[in-house]
Design a protein around this ligand. Structure first.
Ligand code: HEC
Ligand code: HEC
Length: 304
């Protein structure tokens, strides 16, 4: 297929290509015909740099034949392969077909491997070394850029190995996260909390929940303001996996800890997204990935 917007461009490109090839042929023919008078010593009479003279020898035959072969080859190639504008070529070869053939071959090769996985549960897959070797490669190619090659994550990108889950760590929940993606939304909450001092107080209360270093006077002042947060994080601050609201009592911080990080969360809020993978990977790959991620935080797996 071609992306020409108008048939004119196809003809234009084909015309230029053919003009180039026939131009070469014409040049060869003209130069082969032209006889240059030479003097008795077989030079053309041109002299450079005082004593450099040009001999009047014919061009080597082999070189001329190479030239002819190139021209014939070009014409033959353009007759059978696509190259002349939108002309598809006699063989009907396309890059798309070639790509699809190769993909089909690859899938046929891998099918028996995945067929064995089909009957296995997530837990069994996580304990299966060949499955986890595939899982690791899939993870490296599709997930590591955000979650890190060891799946330990970084600021804003959750650690997948720590047993602490925004959206839940059962095979079903992990599978849903990977299939559909997730969007975690914490709205800016400063207005609901009150003055900037109130915001600082709540921040210290949040720090106190995980026994992180905090100012206990501010924390006790902030406690009553935490009702504004309870709708999502729960009255006890343990979070809510249905909303992706993190547990604030476990000293695991996705967006950083300390007064500054938390007041900034309260003042500005945060929208964080895990992109859906269902349209990028097939069902079998997603199963293996689910098991790989599950295995990262569950003992029985060799992939730890
Ligand atoms: C573009 C970056 C990006 C890529 C690529 C990505 N993720 Fe994520 N992932 C995130 C972010 C960000 C979150 C947290 C979302 C939130 O805070 O609401 C997340 C969350 C998750 C969670 C939920 C963790 C929890 O605590 O509940 C799982 C599981 C997960 N990702 C697995 C994967 C897997 C498996 C892949 C590869 C197929 C992948 N991710 C690819 C950015 C990414
Ligand atoms: C509408 C629901 C909602 C409310 C209300 C809410 N949060 Fe959140 N909060 C979230 C979500 C969702 C996240 C995770 C964002 C993400 O996906 O990364 C979050 C993240 C946080 C974090 C970051 C945790 C970490 O691990 O880094 C802190 C701190 C926090 N909230 C504190 C508060 C405080 C304090 C309040 C009340 C003033 C509050 N939140 C109110 C939904 C909420």
């Amino acid at each position: 297929m071609s992306d020409f917007t108008h048939n004119f461009w196809s003809i234009y490109v084909a015309g230029l290509t053919l003009a180039g090839i026939f131009g070469c042929a014409l040049l060869l023919w003209m130069t082969a015909r032209k006889k240059i008078d030479s003097s008795d010593d077989n030079t053309t009479g041109h002299v450079w740099d005082e004593d450099l003279m040009e001999m009047n020898n014919p061009m080597p035959r082999w070189w001329m034949w190479l030239f002819v072969i190139t021209i014939v080859f070009a014409l033959g190639y353009l007759a059978v392969y696509p190259g002349l504008g939108t002309f598809a070529g006699k063989f009907g070869w396309t890059q798309v077909n070639e790509y699809q053939d190769e993909m089909k071959k690859g899938e046929e090769q891998i099918a028996p491997v995945y067929a064995r996985f089909a009957a296995m549960t997530t837990e069994q897959l996580a304990g299966d070394a060949p499955a986890m070797a595939i899982g690791e490669r899939l993870f490296m190619n599709n997930c590591a850029q955000c979650h890190g090659s060891d799946a330990h994550g970084s600021k804003g990108f959750p650690n997948l190995t720590d047993g602490d889950w925004l959206y839940g760590g059962t095979p079903e929940q992990i599978s849903e996260t990977i299939h559909k993606g997730r969007v975690g939304v914490m709205p800016p909450m400063a207005d609901a909390v009150g003055s900037s001092d109130d915001v600082r107080n709540v921040a210290h209360y949040v720090l106190s929940l995980s026994a992180s270093p905090h100012d206990s006077v501010r924390a006790s002042l902030g406690k009553s303001k935490f009702v504004a947060c309870a709708a999502c994080h729960g009255m006890d601050g343990k979070g809510n996996q249905a909303l992706g609201a993190p547990n604030l009592t476990d000293d695991i911080w996705l967006h950083g800890w300390g007064e500054a990080a938390i007041t900034s969360m309260i003042n500005s809020g945060k929208t964080n997204q895990m992109p859906a993978q269902a349209d990028k990977l097939n069902e079998q790959q997603l199963r293996v990935l689910t098991a790989f991620v599950w295995g990262k935080s569950n003992q029985s797996s060799p992939a730890r």
